[in-house]
Design a protein around this ligand. Structure first.
Ligand SMILES: [Ca+2]
Length: 213
């Protein structure tokens, strides 16, 4: 799906009293160009900032390997802080690259995170979540997962003919109907397990196929 707003939501740090991010890059589906490069400074915002010097735009300025010169959340706010991009129009982002600010011995690095998206800047959808390493490397988050589960009552590749159903405990609430992939941990489920679950579906739910994007 496409969204106008994307944000990196930091749940906690590696012990620092604020979050510190050197750089974030977001890539459109099928393109290698950083989608944030052409945006005005006002397109970037954050839940808080250490000071105007450490504003959100510093995490999108293509300056990497920063040491106390990226975006920092306000001192004392080291949980549940976010940094956001407003693309102005809906875009489909399939990859996010993150790099911690190396200042403060990397204690201000984001530890647990969520990537969230919105079209109204009010209601947010969790695209994926995970944990960043505490180092200064470029860390990539792929938003399109490798495994898809298609349940069809007709042409398996035609969107309108697909019925999505809940299968056991698999959280199918985050189905991207436009691209036929499931998020929220589906990528960590073994294909054999998916097939087992698929075979346990009640009759009449149609053809089932499992494929990779
Ligand atoms: Ca930067």
């Amino acid at each position: 799906m496409s969204f106008r707003y994307y944000r990196l939501f930091g749940i906690n740090t590696y012990g620092g009293s604020s979050f510190g991010i050197s750089e974030i890059e977001m890539y459109k589906s099928g393109e290698l160009i950083d989608a944030t490069d052409s945006l005005p400074v006002g397109a970037f915002s954050a839940s808080s900032q250490y000071s105007t010097t450490y504003r959100a735009a510093r995490a999108f300025n293509n300056i990497f390997n920063e040491n106390n010169t990226g975006w920092f959340s306000a001192n004392g706010l080291f949980t549940n802080q976010w940094i956001c991009v407003d693309f102005g129009v809906p875009v489909k982002i399939n990859k996010v690259v993150y790099q911690a600010d190396s200042g403060n011995l990397l204690t201000h690095a984001v530890k647990d995170y969520r990537i969230e998206a919105s079209n109204d800047n009010v209601k947010w959808e969790i695209i994926t979540s995970g944990r960043f390493k505490q180092d200064n490397s470029l860390q990539t988050v792929n938003l399109i997962k490798s495994k898809i589960l298609v349940i069809s009552q007709g042409n398996p590749y035609k969107h309108d003919n697909i019925n999505w159903v809940n299968i056991g405990s698999i959280p199918t609430t985050k189905v991207d109907r436009d691209n036929f992939y499931l998020t929220h941990g589906m990528d960590s489920i073994a294909e054999s397990q998916l097939k087992t679950l698929a075979s346990s579906l009640p009759s009449g739910t149609g053809k089932i196929s499992i494929a990779k994007v």
